[in-house]
Design a binder for this molecule. Structure first.
Ligand code: PLP
Length: 400
């Protein structure tokens, strides 16, 4: 079996980095170019406009920092907050946990609500805490929109509503690393002040760009925020971006990839991209249900359309499922992170993903589960997804 791994295509079913479409790969194969050329802005300015459409913001500014999503988190925090500021956060998976850790490392005073991994952002508890904060001492509320570790999508709009009901003035930060460009996200309509993402998930590119959208309110906060920052300073970036330039060397091949990725998303239409993600995720979930296995997400209202975290049966080690998938079948699934290690594996189904890939993911997961000792009915997951795709395909094909 070791040999089989090297023949044919390796299957990438992890929730990022995601599969890069051929159009995007080819677009990145460019000679290096002069990033101070007089016409450089003609190439880059439409990229900012395209990103704004995906964040669904007309009021906000969009920035790209060479880096990854984590760098964008740091940029969001250090540009808009002050050392010792109180912020409200919740931990419900590995990524929300890491965000709390970063906030603490950067010197913020974190009010942290812990909820089970599998739950989403605790809107009511946030409401209680914000309601008691009569002097607006809490300066920012953080939401991990899609918790990639658990496959849970949280309700950002509900957090905005509860903040408004409390007449609370805090900034609303959203980690959209595994949601923006794949599922419904509305920066302006939901009153999001800072949204961050990366290039390697819904944008179907390699890692390398930390992408931020910043509301006018957050921009105003950045003018007086005293937290230390240098490389990630908004003011330097924005001043140069105005004409399409960067304060330091931008990764131009990635920008070409972004141009191609934006073109793909626009050709399909963002609404269709979102609908496709929902449809594929639903097919995957039906497959998992047919295996008789549980999701980590506690309730159907929390199901993520970009990643599904599956609990393996008692007595089966999820690490073994992953190893078998990788070694025997040339397929990568996402591992169970931190406390979910060994108990969970994840199927990433975002970005350049289609029915065939969903069915292959289910087929290879089934094989790997069975070989790892799970008694799942072979073929049941694939059949359930096929039945759903056959039914739901009409009129919802790929409008590319
Ligand atoms: N936030 C979420 C929800 C993620 O899924 C990830 C990465 O998987 C990150 C943050 C960290 O992003 P990056 O790895 O691009 O730094």
């Amino acid at each position: 079996f070791q040999q089989i791994r090297h023949i044919g295509q390796h299957h990438l079913f992890i929730p990022g980095p995601t599969n890069v479409p051929e159009e995007v790969r080819q677009a990145m194969n460019v000679p290096q170019q002069d990033m101070r050329a007089p016409d450089f802005g003609e190439f880059t300015l439409p990229l900012f406009a395209g990103l704004k459409r995906i964040f669904r913001t007309t009021d906000g500014a969009v920035m790209m920092f060479p880096g990854s999503g984590t760098g964008a988190w740091e940029a969001a925090i250090t540009n808009t907050l002050n050392p010792g500021d109180k912020v409200l956060m919740a931990r419900y998976g590995q990524f929300s946990t890491l965000w709390v850790k970063m906030a603490e490392m950067l010197g913020l005073e974190v009010i942290c609500v812990d909820v089970p991994w599998g739950a989403g952002v605790p809107v009511k508890e946030f409401g209680r805490i914000l309601g008691r904060d009569k002097d607006d001492e809490i300066k920012a509320v953080f939401v991990t929109h899609n918790e990639t570790a658990t496959g849970v999508l949280s309700d950002v709009e509900a957090v905005r509503r509860i903040m408004d009901e409390c007449f609370h003035d805090a900034l609303l930060f959203v980690d959209g690393v595994s949601s923006v460009g794949s599922v419904d996200f509305r920066m302006d309509a939901w009153g999001v002040d800072l949204a961050v993402t990366g290039s390697q998930k819904g944008f179907m590119m390699p890692a390398g760009l930390g992408i931020l959208a910043v509301s006018p309110k957050a921009m105003a906060a950045s003018k007086i925020a005293t937290m230390r920052r240098a490389y990630f300073d908004f003011a330097d970036m924005l001043a140069m971006n105005r004409d399409g330039y960067f304060p330091y060397t931008p990764p131009t091949p990635l920008l070409h990839g972004l141009k191609a990725a934006l073109a793909l998303i626009e050709a399909e239409g963002l609404e269709n991209v979102i609908a496709r993600h929902h449809r594929l995720a639903e097919g995957i979930r039906r497959g998992v249900r047919a295996w008789g296995l549980d999701l980590v997400a506690e309730h159907r209202s929390l199901y993520s359309d970009t990643v599904t975290a599956v609990r393996v049966p008692e007595g089966v080690d999820a690490r073994e499922v992953l190893r078998i998938a990788y070694d025997d079948f040339g397929a990568s699934f996402g591992s169970g992170l931190a406390r979910l290690a060994g108990k969970v594996f994840r199927i990433g189904h975002l970005g350049a993903f289609n029915d065939g890939m969903a069915l292959t993911a289910l087929a290879l997961a089934e094989l790997s589960l069975v070989r790892a000792g799970a008694s799942v009915p072979m073929g049941a997951g694939v059949a359930a997804a096929q039945a759903y795709f056959a039914d739901a395909a009409g009129g919802q094909g790929y409008a590319v």
